[in-house]
Ligand binder design. Structure first.
Ligand code: NAD
Ligand code: 89Y
Length: 346
């Protein structure tokens, strides 16, 4: 392999250590500098991960030394940071959610496309081992054409201690975890065009919703129910497992607690237990999420080197974001909302 691609990492906050541990494993790339507007965070991360250079200003992107940038900041900063990278001609991987509203996502994607700069959304849930395996089972034809799906993420992880900005985020649950589930729904059942949604604010004092129940119609006629909640008390707490089932014309796959896929076909029932990868830097209960981060970043580097499309390119991710936008508009209006209207309008 030719020399590793050299990357700048921006945003040394809560989730950054998963990215930085993962970058140390990714083949064909290395992070050579860290940037955070908080100098103490930038310096501490650089020290901990053995990275020589740290900065407080993302304008360092203009120095011509970076082959890519990994942006791990919250959504309201993405337009400016991705814009800076695009102007500097530096390919981008940027954390979900894409931006606070669909018009901003459309502007970001249009600017990158016009400049020919590749941009990928860090959408790691589809890179969880269990969902890669489920996709393989669907592709094998064992359960036939997919007709129905149910995906749920319901727990009461104390997300507010690690990610306090969520307390004040008006578009909260659908943007935080709903967007992962909507991407998974597209990954497993294909594109969707219509959404109906009810939101709930269960915990008191939040600026946004902490639960949402969405109903999707997919382009092939399949229907899915996608529901998310941070206000669901279960013992043991199922965080961070996405549970549910995918039904096809010939069989069903259930996604059960304990990272079990239960496959039902005419021959009977069969379980597959999906084992964690066993990395030294991962720990319960976060392992399933942490394990998906190196796979996501490796996909970005492999596609960048090969010049192929990212699974979750900025243009692909507009389709996921349109479902989230439709969910908010449906919750506000009580109507079913079509995504083609939204993308046209933006
Ligand atoms: P955070 O607020 O803890 O960290 C963000 C960091 O970015 C902060 O240190 C901040 O100082 C820095 N920053 C902000 N703007 C900057 C700028 N212009 N230049 C340089 N530094 C800047 O946030 P977090 O909890 O780490 O989340 C970051 C993103 O990751 C969010 O979009 C969140 O939704 C996402 N996230 C994803 C997952 C996942 O599984 N995919 C999990 C957690 C968080
Ligand atoms: O913010 C959330 C996400 O995107 O993945 C897990 C998380 O950090 C907490 O639920």
């Amino acid at each position: 392999m030719s020399r590793p691609l050299k990357g700048l990492f921006i945003g040394a906050g809560f989730f950054s250590r998963n990215h930085l541990h993962a970058w140390a494993e990714v083949e064909g790339a290395e992070i050579i500098a860290i940037c955070d507007r908080d100098p103490a965070r930038a310096e501490a991360a650089a020290k901990e991960f053995g990275i020589a250079e740290w900065h407080t200003d993302a304008f360092v992107l203009n120095t011509g030394r970076f082959d890519f940038v990994d942006i791990c900041t919250t959504m309201e900063t993405h337009e400016a940071l991705v814009g800076l990278a695009v102007e500097a001609g530096v390919p981008v991987i940027v954390q979900k959610p894409f931006a606070p509203d669909i018009a901003t996502c459309v502007r970001i994607e249009a600017k990158a496309r016009a400049a020919g700069v590749p941009v990928m959304l860090h959408e790691n849930f589809r890179f969880q081992k269990i969902f890669r395996r489920l996709r393989e089972i669907i592709d094998s034809g064992r359960i036939g054409e997919v007709t129905f799906g149910r995906l749920n993420w319901r727990n009461d992880i104390d997300v507010y201690t690690n990610q306090p900005y969520l307390l004040k985020t008006e578009r909260f649950m659908i943007m935080d975890v709903g967007i992962h589930m909507l991407d998974l729904a597209r990954f497993l059942l294909g594109d969707a065009h219509s959404v109906s949604c009810f939101n709930q604010s269960v915990k008191e004092g939040l600026a946004g919703e902490d639960a949402a129940t969405m109903l999707l119609r997919h382009d092939n006629g399949a229907v899915s129910v996608v529901d998310v909640s941070y206000a669901t008390h279960k013992n043991p707490n199922p965080f961070p497992q996405t549970l549910g089932e995918i039904e096809g014309r010939l069989g069903t796959v259930q996604v059960l607690e304990g990272e079990i896929l239960r496959i039902h076909t005419a021959e009977g029932q069969h379980d597959e237990v999906i084992e964690a990868d066993g990395r030294a830097w991962t720990s319960a209960p976060w392992t399933q999420i942490q394990d998906s981060v190196p796979r996501t970043q490796q996909h970005f580097i492999d596609a960048l080197r090969a010049g192929t499309e990212f699974e979750t390119s900025a243009s692909d991710s507009l389709k996921t974001y349109a479902l989230a936008e439709a969910a908010y508009r449906s919750a506000a209006s009580g109507q079913v909302v079509r995504t083609d209207d939204l993308l046209g309008e933006a």
